[in-house]
Design a protein around this ligand. Sequence first.
Ligand SMILES: [Fe+2]
Length: 549
Amino acid sequence: MHRRHVLKSTAALAAMAWLQAQAAWAQAASSLGTVGEPRWRSDPFALGVASGEPRPDSVLLWTRLYPGPAQPGQSASDEAQRTHFEEKSGIYAGQNCIVSYEIFADEALSKRVMRGTVATDAGRGWSVHVRVRGLLPGRHYWYRFACGDALSPVGRTRTAPGAQAPVERLRLALASCQHYEQGHYAAHADMAVRDLDLVLFVGDYIYEGSNPRYRVRAHTGGTARTLAEYRERHALYKSDADLRANHAAHPWLCTWDDHEVDNDYAADQDRLYSDPAVFLARRAAAYQAYFEHMPVWPFGQALDALNPAHPRIHRHWAWGQLADLWTLDCRQYRSPQPCRDPIRGGGRAVLQCPEAQDPARTMLGADQQAWLASGLAASQRRWRLLAQSTQVSSTGIDTPLGRTIYTDGWDGYAAARRALLQAVVDAGADNVVLLGGDVHQHVAAQLRLVPNDPTSPIVASEVVTTSVSSRGMSEWALARIRASNPDILHARSDERGYTLIDLSPERLLATFMATPFPAQAGAQLGVQGVFQVVSGQAGIAPVRALGGE
Ligand SMILES: [Fe+2]
């Protein structure tokens, strides 16, 4: 039986007694303008539940009150969605609503360890974030929410091990790029039933726009630009049962890439050379919707006071003595792409672009780069994992006229890449593995200070996961990339999926899970290849690889 079915049935068993108890708290909490006991006319937990940001003593729990779309299958205006919410809940804009939560130590929900209430309102899209503290390290917990007469599905989460604990394993699923229109989420269905400690999602959680060439199922609405439109897009993605199941099954760590806002944006620049002030307003709307829908919260911001203009998402995590993990932000602080087309900016393939080598150009921004460098220098754990949005190893193509590079990736930020890897060298750090996504292909690669130069030592390894559903580049183009980049040991763009990372003190094992049939909702994933990094040895090596490399 799938875990999500178990979770549903256990939720139903314990529901009645708890509803009575929480009605009493809600009554106590109600005051002028606060609704404690809405009687829902449709399920307000249609977007599910989620958890993230696991620490040894805390996790972040998430849900959002969303009683379904106002016009299923179609785009609804902000006004229509607001009216729909009022009709289904009896709650009006300007009122608060009380949501209660419970945490249990067991799957049967018989050992409750904590409960509480939190208020939400229309200003935060009726989203709920609760940072639950005082938990024990390295163990599972189960949680759920209630609001009035509605009870959420049950989620399972897990705290990180103690900071000094001698941990033998970290098993995470690395995923990115889930264009709703371009496939179903068989990858999430597969991850949801696995024994994982974490899901690590490295960007393109939503897509702001469409590509009608590969439409398996349609977005509602056009290109998202406003807060209401980004909210609608996030809600549509979470209407997918497999995605909800994967959120309910594991804690997630996340960073973002461009499509959470706009394709190929860079700091305050979009492809159309819009007024930066105008674009920053759009970006803040997209960021706000992102936080409203994710088990993620900006570092240093109170849970009831989001400032989406300049959220800090880059963070450091630890898994006992086994691993340090950094989640990096490759969008908010980066320089614009080099050698931009003057009409249509963003990334492009270019030949001869000396600007890409400019040492003043940055990918992470000076502060994040310095923070990472000092973190690497201080790191004492066995492994150092750097999770970022895209592919660090070079993907240039050698031609008779010179090397063509794609400017949105790290090739467009060559000096910044060198600085990143130099920080690894300067820290004397071994066992460094870069984890990425974005490029819609499974990749295993060596990282050298001078890419593809066999005389330049390997200083780190790279694993890039293919997309959950977004289309990949042609195998013809990828064959040219492979031929021009001997540091790439494996690259395949023809299959969708995710990557299992099994970490032990002795080695990191990367298993590329994939299906050639992302248009099939129930597609089964198989193993495309297995690569490993052995502790103390430089570089990544195949254990088993099937075709393409
Ligand atoms: Fe993508």
